[in-house]
Write a protein that binds this ligand. Sequence first.
Ligand SMILES: Cc1cc2nc3c(=O)[nH]c(=O)nc-3n(C[C@H](O)[C@H](O)[C@H](O)COP(=O)(O)OP(=O)(O)OC[C@H]3O[C@@H](n4cnc5c(N)ncnc54)[C@H](O)[C@@H]3O)c2cc1C
Length: 341
Amino acid sequence: MNLQENIPLASRTTFGIGGPARWFAEASSEAEVAEACAWARARDLPLFVLGGGSNLLVADAGFHGLVLCIALAGIALDGDRLQAAAGEPWERCVEQATEAGLAGIECLAGIPGSVGGTPVQNVGAYGQEVGAVIERVRTFDRAAQKFVEFPNVACGFAYRRSRFNSADRGRFVVTRVDYRLRPGGAPALGYADLERHFAHHSGAPTLVEVAEAVRAIRRAKGMFMIEGDPDCRSAGSFFKNPAVAPEAAERIRAIAGAVRAYPASDGLVKISAAWLIEQAGFAPGFALGAAGISSRHTLALVNRGGATAAEILALAETIRSTVEQRFGIRLEMEPDRVGFD
Ligand SMILES: Cc1cc2nc3c(=O)[nH]c(=O)nc-3n(C[C@H](O)[C@H](O)[C@H](O)COP(=O)(O)OP(=O)(O)OC[C@H]3O[C@@H](n4cnc5c(N)ncnc54)[C@H](O)[C@@H]3O)c2cc1C
């Protein structure tokens, strides 16, 4: 294990924000994951698992424990199974699956970050979620100090949620994810943006074409990582779409004269958080100091250059309290906050 001290974290996050890690190590094997966990445990230090840094807001003071960066590599395709080590870029899985004619993750193209990050918040976009195709998640259990595998049903997948970011947050280090895909399956085209994209397409689009269309749609919204694009200095969507009782949706309709809502599970209704933010008076490009709202996607908060984590949180709180005052709904933040405890 190559242990380093006082390593800057900002450059390892898509936000480009945050102080240093007091201790930092990279794990390229399961043995190194176990070793790093034992090292932190022996010193009673907190440990944070870092993937691609695309869903994080790191505190300006940094993290005083050990940051363990997951660098395990390798992707294997076998029939309908794609088995990927946690440190692989997620996008590489999408490329390999779509090129091999395996359906199930084509709409998740262009999402930054690592394979290990995908089960944590049950990554989803354009009508697909990884929870629908994950067969098994292999992890190191920091509490029991041994490797444990979870079948899909034991992962607790829900909208942007799993056991790994809720009840068992921080306990399991994901080392490998097995996805079960659909050979020769048709691409998912249920999402309005995709339907529009292929409205004049002759014949059914291929999985590769759908993945490419998703990337193009994302690029237009600043939700596809492009070096130098100021709208990409973000963690993607900063707020989750709230799921509310139908009466709450009706209350919003009464206040705003309309509501952008979709059916959700358990008889609830999912309200578009971007719509709520706009209705509360925040336009794309709104800025508060060096923190701002993306000029192309109201749900993404951006670092306009030199922003601190405190500035991002101040903007987030301004948005949340204004939305709450107007609609009685408290928006939940999506990115993980590191070093704020
Ligand atoms: C431009 C942009 C667009 C995005 N679009 C989407 C989208 O459409 N849909 C979506 O769901 N998300 C989206 N995101 C958010 C983000 O890309 C995903 O959540 C991604 O899966 C995070 O993976 P990561 O490796 O970067 O995790 P990190 O940001 O490094 O970590 C996020 C959390 O996962 C944990 N974690 C990471 N790796 C492991 C591991 N191996 N074991 C245990 N815990 C781990 C971390 O401890 C942390 O709690 C977007 C982000 C950006 C910047």
